[in-house]
Design a protein around this ligand. Structure first.
Ligand SMILES: Cc1cc2nc3c(=O)[nH]c(=O)nc-3n(C[C@H](O)[C@H](O)[C@H](O)COP(=O)(O)OP(=O)(O)OC[C@H]3O[C@@H](n4cnc5c(N)ncnc54)[C@H](O)[C@@H]3O)c2cc1C
Length: 380
């Protein structure tokens, strides 16, 4: 039998909950934005995390379309952009990230970034009439966008100053396999070369100038050069803000204040260092850990990092991390083929389990991992 309690009461809390969000959409999932929503195979509502009836059952006040502009931690209240103030006994900061911008090009039409549902719908619309797409930034997000645009039949150039695609997350060997995947689908992969400027004609983007003097012709450009924690509204609050909201091992930023998800940098007790993760499974797991901590049943949060990405017909899943210099050891199948499982090994120690179209294999391979390993810090 299901719990008779609203979900937020599953741990016994019966007080009032307010969820304040700048976006006007009902809470939604971001991973489909660069995949199904961008491709147009899902309507926006399919990405919503709960339907209206389920949201009602949560017995939560949703204050949507409202931005938090200031935190007064002493008075325990948050000021909103309409001048109102919301008081709290427990505050959770979950403001995520904002896309990093380039110092040029954003005044041209046809230049996009992707973080929100509105960004995805605008980019989807742009892809309907574009012919040549340049994606600046070959992190996970840039690679997913390139794959989706290519699947829609567009000419795609993927550009990054780094020496490989997703090289920070994948390491050299797997990065090379990923680059080959894109090339085999017809993407022009330009790695190891930075962007100097964007060119426009009549206010619309026309191309991207690279520092090697070449120009990539493009009538649509996506800037996917990473994101930064959305903490500007916390300036002057007394919270410690570095690369994210800095927290202890229980994700506590200050008395009565926790941070969670992409914006939270917390002390991982097993790793013995402060980390921040930008992935979907962490956002959920950490939220559970924080809810427990608010209710007095928390423990130090010490996950094994996990992320996945879907590109073309490949689902890549990685538990743990692939540090620089790690070697891949195949467990099932063969590297570079349609389906394989491997371990990343550094100094004889497995640091990550990798599944390439192999969800079952990667779960089995995960057992080779011991304690959580140092994660790749960011997604992009
Ligand atoms: C396009 C895309 C594709 C992705 N695909 C994958 C994937 O395949 N696999 C994976 O593991 N992860 C993926 N991710 C990452 C994953 O979606 C994030 O890790 C996750 O959304 C983080 O959740 P969060 O709640 O911390 O932040 P967010 O989901 O970013 O939510 C933060 C919310 O806070 C709001 N906000 C910010 N500032 C304020 C303010 N001052 N006042 C009020 N509201 C505010 C924002 O508008 C936003 O709605 C993807 C992310 C993107 C953008």
């Amino acid at each position: 039998m299901g719990s008779p309690w609203p979900r937020h009461c599953a741990r016994g809390y019966s007080g009032r909950i307010r969820l304040i969000g700048e976006e006007s959409y009902a809470p939604y999932d971001r991973p489909p934005l660069s995949k199904e929503i961008l491709a147009g195979t899902w309507r926006p509502a399919r990405a919503f995390l709960r339907d209206r009836e389920q949201l009602d059952k949560l017995d939560t006040d949703f204050v949507l379309g409202r931005r938090a502009v200031r935190l007064d931690a002493g008075q325990q209240n948050v000021e909103l952009d309409d001048g109102s103030a919301v008081s709290y006994s427990a505050l959770v900061v979950a403001t995520g990230l904002i896309s990093r911008r380039l110092p040029f090009g954003h005044d041209l039409t046809g230049v996009h970034s992707l973080r929100t549902m509105d960004d995805a719908l605008a980019l989807h619309a742009g892809l309907q009439t574009a012919r040549r797409v340049a994606v600046i930034g070959a992190g996970v997000l840039g690679c997913e966008i390139a794959a989706t645009a290519r699947t829609l039949g567009l000419q795609v150039t993927l550009i990054d100053a780094a020496p490989g695609v997703m090289v920070g997350q994948l390491g050299d060997e797997l990065s090379a396999i990923m680059a080959k995947l894109h090339e085999s689908h017809g993407v022009d992969v330009r790695i190891g070369v930075g962007v100097a400027a964007m060119a426009g004609v009549d206010g619309h983007v026309d191309g991207v100038d690279l520092i090697d003097g070449t120009r990539v012709a493009a009538d649509l450009v996506v800037v996917a050069t990473g994101s930064v924690p959305a903490t500007e509204w916390l300036a002057g609050s007394g919270l410690s803000l570095g690369d994210g909201v800095e927290c202890d091992s229980h994700c506590r930023a200050a008395p009565g204040i926790h941070a969670v998800g992409d914006v939270a940098r917390w002390h991982h007790e097993v790793l013995g260092e402060s980390i921040r993760l930008e992935n979907r499974s962490n956002a959920t797991q950490q939220a559970n850990a924080v809810a427990a901590d608010i209710l007095g049943t928390g423990a130090a949060y010490t996950p094994i990092p996990y992320f996945w990405t879907d590109q073309y017909d490949v689902k890549l899943q990685i538990h743990g991390i692939i540090p620089p210099g790690a070697q891949l050891r195949t467990i099932d199948g063969e590297l570079g083929t349609r389906r394989f499982t491997a371990l990343a090994v550094l100094d004889g120690v497995p640091t990550a389990a990798i599944g390439w179209n192999h969800p079952r294999g990667v779960l089995a391979a995960r057992r080779h991992l011991g304690a959580p390993q140092r994660p790749s810090p960011t997604r992009t």
